[in-house]
Design a protein around this ligand. Sequence first.
Ligand code: COA
Ligand code: AMP
Length: 645
Amino acid sequence: MTSSATTSRPGSSRYDDVYGAWRRDPEAFWAAAAADIHWERRWDKVLDASNPPFYRWFPGARVNTCHNALDRHVDGGRADQAALIYDSPITGQKRTYTFRQLRDEVARLAGAIAARGVKAGDRVVIYMPMVPEAAMAMLACARLGAVHSVVFGGFAANELATRIDDAKPKLILSASCGIEPGRIVAYKPLLDGAIGLARHKPDACFVLQRPQHPCGLVKGRDVDWSEAVANAKPADCVTVAATDPLYILYTSGTTGAPKGIVRDNGGHLVALNWSMGNIYGVKPGEVYWAASDVGWVVGHSYIVYAPLIHGNTTILYEGKPVGTPDAGAFWRVIAEHRCAAMFTAPTAFRAIKRDDPKGALIKKYDLKHFRTLFLAGERCDPDTLLWAQQQLGVPVVDHWWQTETGWSIAANCVGLGMLPVKPGSPTKPVPGYDLQVLDAQGQAVEPGDIGAIVVKLPLPPGSFPTLWNADQRYRDSYMNDYPGYYKTGDAGYVDEDGYVFVMARTDDVINVAGHRLSTGAIEEVLASHPDVAECAVIGAADQLKGQVPLGFLVLKAGVDRPDHDIVAETVRLVRERIGPVAAFKVATVVKRLPKTRSGKILRGTMQKIADGEEYKTPATIDDPAILPEIAEALRSVGYARGQMA
Ligand code: COA
Ligand code: AMP
């Protein structure tokens, strides 16, 4: 496979030099980057590689992440600069916090949290909508050295309960409601339901009352957020080891049990700070906006931590790309707050393009401060990239990363001088990542050939040192298949020019509107329906969301209820158990599932049929006659327009 650069920008890039410098001496490279961070105590060594695959960055160093994100800037001349702008078209509110104001709010909240007995190393679960208090909650935990675990608001009680049981929080921070277009999402019943389901019970919950939908409080457990903060004494930063955990963020794996990605303090500070100047090309003091949610890794890294650590103003946006009020919402925010760079998922741009294909709304706004658009979270189709580039007249940078790594694996490093853009490619490995493409036997493939994308160990600072309380799962899921390498779970190729192309997942993870979901987790819910004997879920191509989950149900013998009733019940069940974010809307009843002779369900073939792609009948199939039945069932729900090869 080959491809050629279709767009390029003049000027020479320092990328090769900087990548080369990292390759020659990675420890010296990261030690130099670490000089921009305030350490209470310097590290004994940059990297502890004595216990692979468990590498530790900056062992011996002592540090506080909140100090580096707030206090350092207050003391260093940015006290009156805007740190966080809350822009909420969904409630009609806007609020700006300077670094001093944000530090003071966070210190008071940290005082209230500490008054509940939360100490360094204790866990705090945060289940909140996109309000400034969500960012404050994360920073307040960091201030105390407590480990936060944010759970995305679109997950239902059951998912929250699973995370509570794994993280075992002393305290939960939540709010009375979230607001989605056209509906209030009452959080309190979900929170109460989750605590009811969980075996572990928190000592207390702080509940932020939002005027749109206040809620009742459970006596003896729930505390009104404002009252707790009003009576609190501001807390100072607690210094922790650089290798201590800052947070746990659960992400989808191949089963219903999510993986608790651990992030440390020291390596994370160094990597994120480096990324702001070198990847995103912004200077301290400029406005940077990641239009995501604090519940996802993008929100952790680029709404909260990286911009603040680097002395940028960050925007916390409670709204959508379209409908709040229209497809010009992003341009309004960029113009009004003079954003230099923005980061979102391609799906947001597909939604904007659908509503405003000619970009008429863009022309209403003055975007002169806007320099670069960054896209990630899913494969960026060239059409979307080129459309955005054409409409905005600025470089559009696709970059590839994962919850596990916490920052980019491959990117066009704008701060180093852009390389020519090849649509469909997130460009080249970022310094810190030695990326290779291997075949099933672990041998490097030729340029242009598809294989498993892996990263030679050690992973750089900022990426996950382990899974929460699950060292063995860390080895099994990521490190054992290709000894000495981290398995990204993505397949793709590197072309002759060294450009990376990420094409598909190699596991059961699907990507729905930039949200990572496990088909295995959805299957577990479908299988729990009393009439379902067997099931399968695949990710079918979707013009807006990239992929959507599609269910196949085989009913138990003797079930004679109408199929559509059972399908509707399974759709409801997934929404109740996993949450609306699963976007599970379509399922079809089939007599049987296509399998290999050894009993493995042929999900890949089903996906090809659903997407209308050519497919071959696998040689190992148990009964080839099933495939036309599957195609017919898919056609009945609007899929499968392809032909058998
Ligand atoms: N709390 C509660 N429910 C939520 C939620 C939250 N924080 N976020 C999403 N949901 C709900 C939605 O309301 C929707 O519910 P519905 O089935 O009742 O309509 C469901 O979850 C699915 O949401 P989503 O997949 O986001 O679809 P959508 O149709 O609401 O919006 C986009 C589509 C493209 C506009 C939207 O996905 C988007 O803005 N994406 C931006 C990119 C992004 O944030 N990516 C994250 C990683 S960078
Ligand atoms: P998450 O952990 O939710 O950030 O999802 C990570 C996964 O999203 C990756 O493993 C990829 O499958 C996909 N992904 C993220 N960014 C990109 C990108 N720029 N190109 C292709 N796939 C991407």
